[in-house]
Ligand binder design. Sequence first.
Ligand code: ATR
Length: 300
Amino acid sequence: MSETLSAPAAAKLGVRIHGTTQLIGVIGWPVGHSLSPSMHNAALEHLGLDWCYVPLPVRPEHLPEAVAGLRALGFRGINATVPHKLALLDLMDELTPAARAIGAVNTVMVQPDGLLGHNTDADGFIRDLRDGGYDPARRRALVLGAGGSARAVVYALASVGAEVTIVNRTAEKAERLAADMAAGTGGRVQANSFSRDALAELVAAAQLVVNTTPVGMWPLIDESPWPEEVPFPGQALVYDLIYNPRLTRLLRWAKQCGARARDGLGMLVQQGAASLELWTGRTPPVAVMRAAGEAALARP
Ligand code: ATR
C-alpha cells in the first residue's frame, strides 16, 4: 500500500515538507503547549521559504545527545524553552555577549564550524516596548522577580540605559542579580525590598513596572504579585511577561489605576522574530507571527 498522500490530501493537512525542506524547531520538556511552531511556520510560509519549524520534546537527561545530533541531522537552528535554556550554555561552541551575560541560550545557530548560542529574549523585550511606542532609555524601571526571565529583562533594560530596581520575594536573589547585571552591562541596577512600603515608595518614581514572576498565570489567574493597596501612578507602563491570560489581574489593576498595560505576547513574538531573522537572514513578518500566536492561544 502506498504511503504517499495525494496532493489535495497533503494540502488539506497543511503538509509542505519536501526532500529539500530545511529544518528548524524548538526543544523543551514539555513542548506541546508552545506557540512557536504556529508562529514560525506561518512566517516561513509567508516568506515562501522551503523551511519547517518542528516541536522537539527532549527530556533534560537527553539534552546533550539531542544538541550533538543537530548538526548531523542538518538542522539550521533551534529555539530552546523551559527547562533547557540554562543547560544549553555549556553545550555551545560559542556564545554571544548577551547569552553569556544573561546566562541562558534561547536560540542556537548551527554553523559549519560549530554551535553559536544567542539570547533573543532581551532583544525581543526591547523591540516590543519600542513597537508599543515606549523608549526605555533613561527611564526608571521596577522589575518584579529575579528568576530566568528577569535576567533577560534586566539585562535588556540596563543595556539600553534604563535605571533598574529589582524586587523579589527572596531578597538575596534580587541582590545577586542586581550585582551580576550591573557588572555585566555597566548599567545602573539595584535591588530593593518587596515590602508594601518599599513598593509604594518605588512605584511613585517608576515609569515602567515589569512582572517577570509567574504569579497570575493560568490556572491561578486570580493571583497578582502586586499588593492592591499600592496603586500604580498614571504615568507608568505596566508590562506583564505573562500572555496566558492576556489580561492578568495585575494588568486589570494597572488599567484601573490609569496606567498603560502591555501583555507578554509581544515579547514572545519579537524574540521569535529575532531568531527567525538570525537563521534565515530575512526580515520577519512580525504581524503574521503575532496573528498566528493569537490564533494558537485561542485554540482550546
Ligand atoms: P522564570 O525562569 O520563568 O523566570 P524562575 O526562574 O522560577 O522562572 O523565577 C520565578 C521568579 O518568580 C522568582 O524570582 C520567584 O521568586 P523567588 O526567587 O523568591 O523564588 C518569583 N516567584 C514565583 N512565585 C512567586 C510568588 N508566589 N510570589 C512572589 N514571587 C514569586
